[in-house]
Design a protein around this ligand. Structure first.
Ligand SMILES: Nc1nc2c([nH]c(=O)n2[C@H]2C[C@H](O)[C@@H](COP(=O)(O)OP(=O)(O)OP(=O)(O)O)O2)c(=O)[nH]1
Length: 228
């Protein structure tokens, strides 16, 4: 497999397959890089916990839970802390991707370690910063590039259409239809890497935005095989 040329800001030692790219020709220049995290709890490969950002950067958008890595913390420690602070829960987080995010005119680029977990403990709670809600993973976000995962998902639902609700440990959502992931109220790059996260393929990517949150340029790649 030929070695891929990664955009500035990204490094990865293993094999990668490019999954999407587009936008203008040049990447936005940046001077500094700050470390961030973002964490997703995904139950039965079918529903995901997102938070509605009530204040600060990305207000009005739905996202995973995360924030800055504090001095002396590892990204994993920061991700665990942020998930507890913003959603009130603990989860066995697994590193599943890296997003390099640049906003034209901002003082620093964001290096975001993305984490996922299949389970959690505690009670999902609204906080000052985030209003958490469960969403159903719509078919469009299931990876076409990984037929195994798509087939498994379809098979589960065909065999037992109630499987998601019966197996989910979240009593308040039991039996209720969940809304689809609200892509139109999320960062525009998310639709490119979420399918990779749902298929458990480690991904790296970069997305550049202008000062009005319009996506200017993007590039994503993923490991050829699933994490587990
Ligand atoms: N899904 C997604 N998340 C993004 C993108 N860009 C981006 O910064 N994020 C995430 C990374 C962080 O989880 C979050 C920004 O952090 P934040 O606004 O909560 O951090 P903060 O400065 O308030 O820091 P803190 O007080 O929470 O530590 O947004 C993106 O394009 N897609």
């Amino acid at each position: 497999m030929a070695t891929l040329q990664l955009p500035p800001g990204l490094e990865y030692n293993g094999q990668l397959v490019e999954t999407s790219n587009g936008g203008v020709s040049d990447w936005v220049a940046y001077k500094k890089v700050k470390l961030y995290t973002n964490a997703f709890v995904i139950l039965n490969d079918a529903k995901v916990l997102l938070g509605y950002k009530k204040r600060g950067f990305g207000t009005g958008l739905w996202n995973g839970f995360g924030g800055k890595v504090d001095p002396g913390e590892t990204p994993l420690q920061a991700a665990v802390r942020e998930l507890e602070e913003e959603a009130g829960i603990e989860a066995p987080l697994e590193h599943c991707g890296v997003l390099f995010f640049v906003v034209d005119g901002a003082d620093a680029a964001f290096h975001i370690d993305i984490f996922r977990a299949d389970e959690y403990t505690g009670t999902v709670s609204e906080t000052d910063e985030m209003r958490p809600e469960w969403f159903s993973v719509q078919k469009e976000l299931l990876p076409l590039t990984n037929p195994q995962t798509t087939a498994d998902h379809d098979h589960d639902h065909a065999a037992n259409p109630q499987a998601t609700e019966e197996e989910g440990p979240e009593p308040e959502t039991e039996g209720l239809p969940l809304p689809d992931i609200p892509l139109k109220q999320m960062w525009a790059d998310d639709e490119f890497w979420m399918p990779l996260m749902f298929s458990r393929r480690f991904f790296v990517g970069r997305a550049d935005f202008d000062a009005d949150d319009k996506m200017l340029k993007w590039w994503f790649a993923a490991a050829p095989a699933s994490l587990s």
